[in-house]
Design a protein around this ligand. Structure first.
Ligand SMILES: O=C(O)CCC(=O)C(=O)O
Ligand SMILES: [Fe+2]
Length: 285
């Protein structure tokens, strides 16, 4: 192992034992091809004039029912808004790595930054760093967010405005497909939390995990992968690689929406339980 006092915790030649998961928890099928059955849905069609085409609505409903996962493209979020957010987050995580005075406990100000030593399952650490904070109502939360880099608040607020629009639009399409009145989820659909994961390069990704398998407790989660791979979803009992499509967002139907629809329609909206886990990515929002 390198003995370099200036090195960051992940700049190592081999994985420290505290990060090595027992065999049964390690990632599987890392080398399998990207799963092409995770639907990629273009939202451009839903913007046609004179009443929109129902095609994306049907595709979204089908994907939600069958897997609880899909990717959206042509969503209308400006590329620059996303690139700015990714850059400011990269800068944020770089700054944390350099600042040895930062503690890994919840920050007093209104956001939580945690480095890899904070995450543990049975004593094993996850290979990631994370920052999260509330973001609703935006104008009340924004000043509690990190203020370095100096553009953090402005850039992430602009990003969240777009994410809010996208998530409202997807929920409205789900309402339309199910025959629910528009705005049915209005009171519960404000984007409440922002969370960004940084998965540094790892000397041996087959031994480590960035995130444990889980089901999202949210209504829906909108995830940007930043062009990096590593996200896996449980499909028909197998972990499959989601793959990253440039400018696409991964949409995950969360537990709350699943339960809501189960109560309304008395049907199980999701055919199977969907878990996801992240291995080594670069920077996900
Ligand atoms: O970072 C990722 O790739 C996934 C994040 C995630 O699943 C979550 O925040 O719920
Ligand atoms: Fe998740």
């Amino acid at each position: 192992m390198k003995e370099d006092k200036g090195a960051r915790w992940f700049e190592l030649e081999c994985v420290p034992k505290e990060y090595i998961f027992p065999k049964e928890y390690r990632p599987q099928n890392l080398d399998s091809p990207v799963c092409d059955s995770i639907p990629v849905i273009s939202l451009a069609k839903s913007k046609a004039e004179n009443g929109h085409s129902s095609q994306p609505v049907e595709e979204i409903l089908k994907a939600s029912q069958e897997l609880g996962f899909f990717q959206v493209i042509n969503h209308g979020i400006p590329e620059k808004t996303v690139t700015d957010a990714m850059n400011v987050l990269k800068e944020f995580f770089d700054m944390q790595a350099k600042d040895t005075t930062i503690e890994t406990v919840p920050h007093k100000k209104g956001y939580i930054y945690t480095n890899s030593t904070y995450f543990a399952k049975d004593g094993v650490h996850l290979w990631r760093e994370n920052v999260k904070h509330p973001c609703h109502p935006l104008e009340e939360c924004i000043h509690l967010w990190p203020d370095t880099p100096t553009r953090y608040q402005e850039v992430i607020a602009a990003y969240m405005v777009e994410i809010q629009k996208l998530s409202t639009r997807i929920l409205e399409m789900i309402c339309e497909g199910l025959g629910l009145e528009q705005g049915y989820f209005k009171d519960t659909s404000e984007v409440q939390f922002f969370s960004s994961n940084f998965y540094p390069p790892c000397p041996d990704p087959s031994l480590t995990l960035g995130l444990l398998p889980h089901i999202d407790p949210s209504l829906i989660t909108i995830l940007y992968q930043g062009g990096s791979t590593g996200l896996q979803v449980m499909k028909d009992g197998q972990w499959v690689n989601v793959g990253a499509i440039p400018n696409a967002f991964v949409v995950n139907i969360g537990n709350q929406l699943e339960v809501c629809l189960l109560l309304i329609f008395h049907i199980s909206f999701l055919r199977t339980k969907t878990f996801k886990m992240a291995i080594q990515l670069k920077c996900c929002i």
